[in-house]
Design a protein around this ligand. Structure first.
Ligand SMILES: Cc1ncc(C[n+]2csc(CCOP(=O)(O)OP(=O)(O)O)c2C)c(N)n1
Length: 609
């Protein structure tokens, strides 16, 4: 029995009173399980990844949990389960919802059969994302309700509730988390699982098949649904009026509530469970009972704009930032600027400046070899999203552009067909990203007769998000063996006839092969193949060391950007030489290959600790 299954059993025995420390993501997974979810799907993405990883720890008999090839597929899979009358959840990071948005907007019209919940995690402050986005805007665009928990307990409860609301109001429901909530651990009271038997498929194409006639019919229903949800939120105990000072009233939602409580404990607070649809009656009533109204919400002025549109003189983004995360500090500063709190004496400056540590590829990362091969050629290199995006930074500096997941190949096609670029064009894309969004672009490249090279970086994992499996690894989310995608066959089926596979660590062959590919007239694919050094097997060969007497300090090895390679602390014959950190080096040999002092075999760098 898995540890989670044991906990589930204990909770059941204790009547659901057990309290456990849980991250927001664990709590969302738990809430879905307690709600009787039968299918969960996702494509990984920080900060949402652990929702599916945790759901996969619950018994197989309870639910099917899977990685999908991308977020749209994941949502479509969940929609399929909902059509079959079971409760289904999909999880994604905020930008993942961009990919899935088309299906979401359609499903908002179609409605649900089994409850359909989207757990979407925003990343205010852009800790690990392409952009800063507020998913609440999508909720409004799609006219689907969004629930915004303020802590891990609410993450569990709101997720459980989201399934009930979904079925009651015939709509997909978004549960919106943020990095801070998803990754923070707090005590959570857990309960038992509610078994929800599947409902039979409704054979009603006039309801299940989207087309203009359906959408025209549904549009008034959606507007009515919005009104009904507004009334539900206004009447709900989740819309919490905490009446204290009659002078200041703060309307708040999500984690912002926690900061307001800390900074301004004497203020009256209206805590909203949702920014859309808005509990307007509750807001009107609350605002009438206080002299000054503030709205504190993270990222966009969504509630504030609506409150002001209701004719209420409310203040928000004028004092509380629209950029990055809110915190107790910046919420306090906002109330100071608004004249509500007195300024605190300035903190003395820190006695030291923290060291800036730029992100680097791992020691022995196979992407180093792949991009090293490109540096020597005067090529225009489009990049994509993954660990390898770091190859844009010095010293590799081997990537010219990067837009969004799967863009590299389409961007390269545009460059090629613009006929404005004279350099050979190389699209570089990771294995998971290729499966996510690269394949349609590869078909486009062949179809439109572009002249490009595609460098497919197969490290056999989704390294960027912590080493998840995908269809190219031959293993499912639960670790079962499954069919392994054959990239060469996919490329051939797309019409690519020039395909070569290289070992990412073999720098000379890699370089030569890329040159040949760039000389080829048409679409050439080079598959650079080596497993990630961190996953699934932790690879560690014999580390190399530098013979200081032979090292000329030429820096060829340093240009790889391997973090195991630094200048020596001591001087040798009056000079710093290169040194290799034995605890980091995995013995990949790429530095040996570029060391010019004694060829490849036994130069200034040699094997041995
Ligand atoms: C639309 C979207 N979905 C998910 C992510 C999270 N994410 C960033 S890179 C990446 C995939 C990386 O895998 P791969 O292409 O194999 O490259 P690797 O990191 O293994 O080098 C994912 C899932 C994202 N940034 N954007």
């Amino acid at each position: 029995m898995s540890s989670v299954a044991k906990v589930v059993e204990t909770a059941d025995a204790a009547g659901g009173l057990e309290v456990r420390p849980m991250t927001g993501n664990e709590a969302i997974a738990r809430g879905a399980w307690e709600a009787g979810v039968r299918l969960a799907s996702a494509y990984p993405g920080t900060p949402s990844t652990e929702i599916l990883e945790n759901l996969a720890l619950y018994p197989r008999e309870d639910l099917h949990a899977q990685w999908s090839t991308n977020e749209k597929v994941a949502l479509d899979v969940a929609i399929g389960a909902s059509y079959c009358g079971v409760r289904a959840l999909t999880a994604a990071k905020h930008v993942g919802l961009n990919v899935a948005a088309d299906a979401l907007l359609s499903q908002a019209y179609i409605g649900v059969h089994g409850g359909l919940v989207l757990a979407i995690c925003d990343d205010p402050g852009i800790h690990s994302s392409q952009t800063e986005q507020d998913t609440r805007l999508y909720a409004r665009l799609a006219t689907v309700p969004v629930l915004e928990p303020a802590d891990a307990q609410e993450a569990l409860e709101y997720t459980r509730l989201a399934f009930d609301l979904s079925e009651e109001f015939d709509t997909p429901v978004i549960v919106r988390s943020t990095t801070r909530l998803s990754h923070t651990r707090a005590p959570v009271r857990v309960g038992p699982r509610q078994e929800v038997p599947p409902k039979p498929f409704r054979e009603e194409p006039e309801r299940n098949v989207i087309m203009p006639s359906l959408s025209r019919r549904q549009r008034p229903r959606i507007i009515a649904r919005e009104k009904n949800l507004e009334a539900w939120f206004s009447a709900s105990a989740l819309t919490r009026r905490e009446m204290r000072s009659a002078k200041i009233g703060v309307i708040t939602v999500g984690m912002a509530y926690v900061y307001v409580k800390e900074v301004l404990p004497e203020a009256s607070v209206l805590k909203l469970p949702s920014s859309y649809p808005l509990a307007r009656d509750a807001i009107r009533e609350f605002c009438a009972s206080v002299e000054r109204v503030f709205v504190v919400e993270e990222l966009e002025a969504i509630v504030e704009t609506e409150v002001r549109a209701m004719g209420i003189d409310a203040h928000g983004k004028q004092f509380f930032t629209r950029i990055g995360e809110l915190s107790a500090e910046n919420v306090r500063e906002g109330f100071v600027a608004a004249g509500i709190l007195a300024a605190r004496p300035a903190m003395p400056p820190a006695p030291f400046t923290p060291l800036v540590r730029p992100p680097v590829l791992c020691a022995g990362c196979p992407h180093i070899g792949s991009y090293h091969g490109l540096r020597g050629d005067d090529a225009r290199v489009t990049g994509d999203i993954g660990c390898y995006t770091l190859a844009a930074l010095k010293p590799l500096a081997a990537m010219d552009t990067c837009v969004s997941m799967g863009s590299s190949i389409g961007n390269a096609v545009g460059m090629s067909l613009s006929r404005a670029e004279r350099k050979p064009i190389v699209a570089t894309i990771g294995d998971s990203t290729f499966l996510h969004g690269g394949i349609p672009a590869l078909i486009d490249a062949v179809y439109n007769q572009a002249n490009i090279t595609v460098l497919l970086l197969d490290n056999r994992t989704v390294a960027m998000t912590g080493g998840q499996d995908h269809p190219g690894t031959g293993k499912t989310l639960r670790g079962d063996k499954t069919h392994k995608v054959d990239y060469e066959a996919i490329c051939r089926a797309a019409g690519v006839s020039w395909i070569k596979r290289i070992d990412s660590y073999d720098l000379a062959v890699g370089h030569q092969t890329l040159r040949e590919a760039m000389e080829y007239d048409g679409v050439a694919v080079v598959i650079s193949d080596r497993p990630c050094v961190l996953d699934p097997v932790k690879i560690k060969g014999t580390p190399f060391r530098v013979r200081a007497e032979a090292c000329t300090a030429c820096q060829s090895c340093m240009n790889l950007g391997c973090p195991a390679i630094t200048w020596s602390d001591e001087l040798f014959e009056g000079r710093h030489k290169v040194q290799i950190d034995q605890s980091l080096c995995i013995g990949c040999s790429m530095c040996v290959q570029v060391c010019p002092t004694d060829g490849l075999a036994c130069g200034a760098i040699e094997a041995g600790a």
